[in-house]
Ligand binder design. Structure first.
Ligand code: COA
Length: 248
């Protein structure tokens, strides 16, 4: 069932969204982005929800966009992935992410829009766009430098190399690192419970102030990146890279 690919449930005032495609390392398809957006919008609209918690089932957070989908699905500024990223970037409610294993491509860039990120020490982040003939997406072309500094952003985006959890912690990509998945998840839940004991208005106003009116700029950036990304997806270089992965 396509609906099973994204699970959601509410625990007290916490809305938990779980990416559930562990056999494909939680790689995201067009339909999964649509479902994620639907979940985010319903959490945002629900007055009994204060905090959104994003996680994945199995050993990996997310292996990025499904590479077969890149070949099959038309991509443009209106695509479900762009709607998902824009919805996440503009969410007024607090978003916490709990990550483990592989966090590739959008599996890392979506974290730039989360307010708190907790990682298991086995997490390997990467933004391998360059290796696939692609360009940064999801706001990463500028938000990564803002969050982790220009040196790290350049190196990570221009090499596409793996970033271990400890390095991600030192650079400020994540808030805290834990020894195992269970402890990481528990910390995310505890943190969500603690935040949801605060008033909704204070949470929302605090986030708004911390974003400093940047949300519209970020949305424009995501759309601008999408134009270049769409061109790159059609390039021989990118098409060859996807086919090479799929025919291994
Ligand atoms: N799209 C589609 N399927 C993917 C996927 C992706 N992005 N990432 C992993 N999978 C699938 C594999 O095809 C495989 O499925 P199969 O068992 O049916 O063959 C399964 O998930 C396990 O992946 P596998 O490659 O065998 O695991 P690994 O441990 O050897 O390698 C990665 C892990 C993450 C290094 C590797 O899967 C990879 O490079 N994935 C692509 C990541 C990527 O480029 N994402 C897009 C960024 S823009």
């Amino acid at each position: 069932m396509a609906d099973d690919l994204i699970l959601s449930q509410q625990e007290n005032e916490v809305f938990i969204i779980e990416i559930n495609r562990p056999d494909k390392m939680n790689a995201l398809t067009d339909e999964m982005y649509r479902l994620l957006t639907e979940c985010l919008k319903s959490a945002e609209a629900n007055p009994s929800v204060k905090v959104v918690l994003l996680k994945s089932s199995g050993a990996h957070f997310c292996a990025g966009n499904d590479l077969a989908d890149f070949l099959e699905t038309e991509f443009n500024q209106e695509s479900n992935v762009i709607q998902f990223l824009i919805t996440l970037a503009s969410l007024k409610k607090t978003v916490i992410a709990a990550v483990n294993g592989a966090a590739v491509g959008v599996g890392t860039t979506m974290l730039l829009h989360c307010d708190l990120v907790y990682a298991c020490e086995n997490t390997k982040f990467s933004m391998p766009f360059i290796k696939l003939g692609l360009t940064p997406e999801g706001g990463a072309s500028q938000l990564l430098a803002q969050r982790c500094g220009p040196a790290k952003a350049c190196e990570w985006l221009l090499t596409g190399r793996n970033i271990l959890a400890e390095e991600a912690l030192q650079a400020g990509l994540v808030n805290q690192v834990f020894a195992d998945n269970q402890t990481t998840w528990q910390k995310a839940m505890d943190s969500a419970a603690q935040l949801s004991s605060r008033s909704q208005q204070v949470l929302v106003e605090s986030k708004k102030l911390m974003k400093g009116g940047q949300v519209d700029e970020v949305i424009e950036l995501i759309k601008k990146e999408a134009v270049v990304f769409a061109e790159r997806l059609q390039s021989d270089e990118a098409q060859r890279a996807f086919k090479a992965f799929l025919s291994r």
